[in-house]
Design a protein around this ligand. Sequence first.
Ligand code: ME8
Length: 646
Amino acid sequence: MRFYATTPIYYVNARPHLGHAYTTIITDSVTRFHRLAGEEARFITGTDEHGDKIVRAAEHNGQKPLEYATHISGLFRATWPRLEVANSDFIRTTEERHKQAVTRFLDLVNQKGDIYYGSYGGHYCFGCERFYTEKELVDGLCPDHRTKPDFIAEENYFFRMSNYQDWLIDFIKSNPGLIRPERYKNEVLGLLREPLDDLCISRPKSRLTWGIDLPFDDKFVTYVWFDALISYASALGWPGGGDFERYWPHTQHFIAKDILKPHAIFWPTMLKSAGLPLYQHLNVHGYWQIGQAKMGKSVGNVVDALGLADTYGVDAFRYFLARDMVFGLDSEFVEDALVARYNADLANDLGNLWQRSLTMLGKFGGGRLPAPGRLEDEAAWAAHLTEKVLAEYAGHFRSLAVHRALAVTWELITALNKFIDTEAPWALAKDPARAERLQGVLYRLIQGLALIGALIWPVMPKTGQEIWRRLGLEPEGLSLDLQAIGRQLIPGRLVAAGEPLFPRVEFGGEKAALKSAAAPPAETRPEPAAEPEPPLETITLDEFQRADLRTAEIIAAERVPKSKKLLKFLVRVGQEERTIVSGIAQHYQPEEMVGRTVVIVANLAPVKLMGITSQGMILCASRRGEDELLSILTTLAPLPSGLKVS
Ligand code: ME8
């Protein structure tokens, strides 16, 4: 069996946030499941770089479109490995391989007689990069962006999408799992009850030059959606061969419901016209919301995925996303819920099972892997449960109920924790006549942990591998097959619990922080001695305004050689670039600062630090001393640099 998964290729008009992270992580987890099941799997993500939106964002940033797109695309590309996403490739629509594919695709559709030239007037939303019909608008506004669309009338090329309406309805009806979950299939069939318009697939160069030329008229560029969808094929090497033939029949697209129509209506009709087979599944999930509103760059309520992964650990963050969202439904993002899941499921259930099992192996088994032994009442341990979990787990992954796959895994964890209680190895150890049973119990705990390591690996790759590594198993041979696991558990091998897998999280002030289980509990730790604050003098507004505070974008960062504390930054402040040295090296890595918008004091007299002239200061909130805390200040919405902060 084979598997080919894609995420949307993300627009480069904003940096990655939790919404993008969710789709990419869930696609990665499902792909890893297919790999675990022994299938050949490919998984592609990338960036969508043409169109009005990008030109506007680049202008806003004072950059050329390609320069700007390269910068933001780089941020996406660098984000995925930090979230343990193992994509096979990364496609940019500005790459030559993609341009060739779009050109070929347009030629095929044109040769089919499905493209014509005509004039059109419609309500155009620049945010969505599409025309809306009168009926689709809500109170005259774009239903997504709540902005008034521009009325645009111009001559363009059109794709005869309407020709394929009846075929598409039949195809969807005769392939029940094509669009899933079911609610989205019904939504699409609902849309198809209205007559389908033809699709405008060009933009005149008089209005937009940032796109791929139409092969049959170079006064026009290709409409960005027509261009972007083809990336799913160009990333496999189409039309030049590559892996296309091998993987295309097994295609599964993962998207959120915002882009259902292009994927469920434009794309299948485009493929049909070009003579290419359709995807196997379109997997549609809901929105992460904050206060009932979709999290998104246009609203400015985005949550920083990397920040959460840094605070709680990548695996805990991935676990929360996969466990808390029912694929297909919306989910409210609440950081407290993440902390609660972390403490209950990871620190308690899984962390305790690990710690208790390994402690007992240390105490009662000399810290060495036992031989399987034999339990006279095999059913007493969770053998039957293991079979049930394995069967259900795979079914849930294949139907995208990843939260359920995790829930059944936790049934096994709970059962093993109970198994320890009922078997009471500490009591067995006191009775020499029960030595064989003790050994059998210890073996089944270790075998269970190895299986759990494999079961959690698709969602928590680091922890899954870590469990295998600590038990002396080969992480490359990760498998759900108990026999295969058994062959790798070499009796007599020394193993140790090591550091806790998931130290408990407690709240420290407003920000959640990781506290190692080794540290004394918070209530017994002395509070850092509070220095008496000097009485504050008031200043006038004029005095405050003498400080020229500005937004600045960090464009490069590096450590200052021979200094533990200093980082050297190159920042952009509007049109100007300057160097700033800041004492935050113990809190931030240089690479994670690049691309961030910070607030600086722009009119501070220059100072020399370690031989470097620093022209300004980056604002941070901090508490110095033993219990040190520090965070740079940044803006909630992505803003251009050089803006006055007041
Ligand atoms: O639409 N909740 O790119 P885009 C869940 N370039 N997922 C979310 C989300 C949220 N609040 N916000 C964003 C585009 N996403 C086009 C795609 S594909 C040929 C072209 C995720 O940057 C989700 O996957 O606006 C959504 O579909 C996607 O980001 C939109 O990304």
